[in-house]
Design a binder for this molecule. Structure first.
Ligand SMILES: C[S@@+](CC[C@H](N)C(=O)[O-])C[C@H]1O[C@@H](n2cnc3c(N)ncnc32)[C@H](O)[C@@H]1O
Length: 287
């Protein structure tokens, strides 16, 4: 059981979260997590997350990053996930119970109002800072929950290389442009990955060590992330009145995209995964 005392509060409210929390979105997150697990695991290991640590995962969704961290810290460590959506937390708790992970708990809270507790050895997150209206304020307050020398490690996105590489395939490119534009209009920062370099420093952390990786693939399971994300974003696409005509019948979009990619006899990319990590400075000793 985690003991909380007081609450870390940042000053600004949070924005609308574009992807929602339907069952279909939860399944999409789980599929996405399976694809990304090797990338995030390698990144976390490189950042120094390991046995016995107490880790805070923010924006946990249905629990995949928290469960990955639990594997790295082992039974002697502990992971606390923070997520504000009640349905996602319920799903995350059920999954952790099925996996018999006794060292993972979830707290329902906005990431800007995380209850303070015994210091963490690491604060991590994947695809969360991009959705926050004031990621800097959140990073500053998270850093207060961390012990000196503790790790801050985030996996976020960069869309720029992805959009460039998508351009040769007209349907793939049109679909990804609608997704990008919807995120942009919802207030999400689609270039949060590169922004991390400055935000870490503005939050009082050393300049982060950074990585960029782009998964590649061309089979239906890989390619489906585009129609899947589009499905979750559809209410917002409609609210923003974005033109879906270039995509044709949405029911047949996955097959038509697959045909386009197969005809090109090439691979397409996932969005660029940008990792940034650094350590909270040790407190200065008085001489
Ligand atoms: C794209 S999902 C990522 C989930 C998980 N980190 C992963 O990689 O599988 C982002 C999650 O952050 C949550 N979220 C968004 N804004 C939040 C906020 N201000 N406070 C807490 N959770 C938030 C959403 O509800 C959603 O579950």
């Amino acid at each position: 059981m985690v003991q909380f005392a007081g609450t870390m509060t940042t000053t600004r409210p949070t924005s609308h979260y574009a992807l929602g929390s339907t069952d279909a979105e939860h399944e999409r997150l789980i599929r996405q997590a399976a694809l990304l697990a090797p990338f995030t695991e390698r990144f976390f290991r490189g950042a120094g997350i390991g046995t016995g640590q107490r880790v805070l995962d923010i924006g946990s969704g249905v629990g995949d990053v928290a469960m990955l961290a639990a594997k790295l810290v082992g039974p002697s460590g502990e992971v606390v996930g923070v997520e504000r959506d009640a349905r996602s937390i319920a799903r995350a708790r059920a999954r952790v119970a099925v996996a018999e992970l006794h060292n993972v708990t979830f707290t329902q809270s906005d990431v800007s109002q995380i209850p303070s507790s015994k210091p963490f050895d690491a604060v991590v997150g994947r695809f969360i800072l991009m959705f926050l209206p004031d990621p800097l304020a959140v990073l500053r307050s998270l850093s207060q929950l961390l012990r000196p020398g503790g790790v801050v490690a985030f996996h976020e996105l960069s869309w720029a290389p992805f959009l460039l590489l998508a351009a040769p395939l007209p349907l793939w490119s049109a679909a990804t442009s609608v997704i990008h534009e919807t995120f942009r209009r919802s207030g999400a920062n689609t270039e949060m990955g590169f922004a991390l370099y400055q935000i870490f420093q503005q939050a009082g952390l050393p300049a982060p060590t950074m990585t960029l990786e782009m998964p590649l693939g061309n089979d239906p399971e890989f390619i489906r992330w585009v129609p899947d994300v589009l499905g979750s974003l559809l209410p917002l696409v409609q609210r923003f009145n974005l033109d879906l005509k270039p995509l044709g019948d949405l029911d047949t979009l996955p097959e038509r995209i697959q045909a386009e990619v197969s005809a090109a006899n090439s691979v397409v990319t996932w969005m660029a995964l940008v990792g940034a990590w650094s350590r909270k400075p040790e407190s200065r000793r008085r001489t």
